[in-house]
Design a protein around this ligand. Structure first.
Ligand SMILES: Cc1cc2nc3c(=O)[nH]c(=O)nc-3n(C[C@H](O)[C@H](O)[C@H](O)COP(=O)(O)OP(=O)(O)OC[C@H]3O[C@@H](n4cnc5c(N)ncnc54)[C@H](O)[C@@H]3O)c2cc1C
Length: 401
């Protein structure tokens, strides 16, 4: 639990955070950043399986280090181990983190950025006391068990069933595209509890232990060669009623809260950070002709758009509170910019983008390129997000369904 202390100014906080980060990792941007030094991975989603256990262990060490130094949950409530500072302090830490060689945080993105805020809204005080600090420290890792073979964009059409059984529920069904289920301890699962009600009204959410009898997890091989997703089969899995998040048949608002937070996280945390933009600048310096006007123009566009995307999202999140439907735009901006970056890298690299010559920092861009289609689907497809912006932000007439 972080000790109570007076709120620092944002400058004091930044200095404190730099000390804490420097004690854990090397700074990688600005002075000291060098071509051919360190890890050359260019990735925005956890896409590879090789080295996963080591990466996860390193991430746990990092999260524990943050918690130990009072930075485990900068804008979280103090009663759950948070520091209780305004959201701009959390944004300042994120920005600073992008300047250091830190373990990939994709493994805890759902736990930290999606489930934690969802439990703050929909969890009971017991849930919050039991799980929030453990999720933030990565002692407990969670995944999302929503999509099914027959339910993705139209999630409320799902068919996994939950039936009352004594003091709990029996869940049976199949989930798919469950990122990180194989290394997660728990999964936030939505299931149909009242098949006779309208589809959004008969759903309930549960936090399911993934080592429960009746759960089988099978990896799905991806374009990148990794297997970061799984299929999760549930056969008569017993889930105690205390694991229900939200009311019976009131699971849909829980899902909506989590999806808004997920989109906000993709917009703020995935990809378009300073470090990735710096990698493109470095690539242009080393692989292209830095004097070439086309290259300079393309890289400048990326730098400007990355700033615009970050500031737009920061404006949406100003003042705290739950993220609104406008955060769909943040995710679209992020994925669109990543596509442009991938195109610029492909132009600069030519054949080295698709064939591994062994040269540092070149073929590594293929992981970003191959991971992008998935990023444009996960957390809501481009089309679904555009519909959300049209209907819920611009209040245009509803799309024909
Ligand atoms: C990287 C990644 C991570 C993921 N992680 C998870 C996870 O951890 N847990 C989980 O539960 N799921 C996860 N998913 C699944 C993801 O949520 C679904 O793939 C997504 O919701 C789309 O559903 P679908 O694949 O069934 O496609 P569909 O819904 O069948 O869509 C197919 C196509 O039709 C379009 N379409 C559908 N409806 C409309 C409409 N009304 N208007 C216009 N166009 C429409 C879509 O845009 C898409 O192009 C992940 C997916 C990816 C790629």
């Amino acid at each position: 639990m972080a000790e109570q202390r007076a709120a620092p100014s944002i400058e004091e906080f930044r200095a404190e955070a730099i000390d804490v980060l420097s004690a854990f990792a090397r700074r990688r941007t600005g002075e000291g950043a060098r071509w051919e030094v360190g890890e050359d991975r260019v990735s925005v989603v956890a896409e590879r399986s090789e080295g996963e256990a080591e990466e996860l262990a390193a991430l746990r060490r990092y999260r524990a280090h943050l918690v130990e130094h009072g930075l485990g949950w900068v804008d979280g409530p103090t009663e759950f181990g948070g520091r209780g500072l305004p959201p701009e302090y959390a944004a300042a830490l994120r920005e600073l983190e992008s300047q250091f060689e830190l373990p990939d945080d994709a493994y805890v993105r759902f736990s930290v950025s999606t489930l934690t805020p969802t439990l703050l809204v929909h969890g009971t005080p017991e849930h919050q006391r039991a799980w929030l600090a453990r999720l933030r420290s990565a002692e407990m890792i969670a995944c999302q068990l929503y999509s099914e073979p027959g339910a993705g964009s139209d999630l409320a059409g799902l068919s996994t069933r939950a039936v009352r059984d004594g003091g709990g529920w029996r869940l049976t069904g199949q989930k798919v595209w469950s990122s990180g289920a194989h290394y997660s301890d728990v999964g936030l699962c939505i299931a149909r509890t009242s098949p006779d009600k309208p589809k959004h009204a008969g759903l309930t959410t549960f936090l399911v232990d993934l080592d429960s009898p009746g759960i089988e997890i099978r990896p799905i091989r991806q374009l990148t060669g990794g297997a970061s997703f799984d299929e999760v089969f549930l056969t008569d899995v017993f889930v105690p009623d205390e694991r229900r998040i939200g009311g019976v048949d009131e699971g849909w608002p829980v899902v909506v809260t989590s999806l808004l937070n997920e989109r906000s996280a993709i917009g703020t945390e995935v990809g378009v950070d300073e470090a990735l933009v710096q990698r493109l600048i470095d690539l242009a310096r080393h692989a292209g002709d830095p004097a070439d006007e086309r290259t300079r123009d393309a890289v400048a566009q990326v730098v400007v758009r990355a700033w615009a995307a970050r500031l737009t999202t920061a404006r949406f999140l100003e003042g705290g509170g739950p993220p609104g439907p406008e955060l769909a735009l943040s995710k679209l901006l992020a994925t669109d910019l990543l596509r442009t970056m991938s195109d610029v890298a492909a132009d600069l690299l030519g054949a080295a983008h698709v064939a591994d010559t062994g040269e540092w920092g070149t073929y590594a861009w293929s992981e970003l390129t191959l991971g992008l289609p998935g990023l444009r689907v996960g957390g809501g497809t481009d089309e679904i997000l555009k519909n959300a912006i049209g209907e819920r932000v611009l209040h245009l007439p509803k799309d024909a369904r």
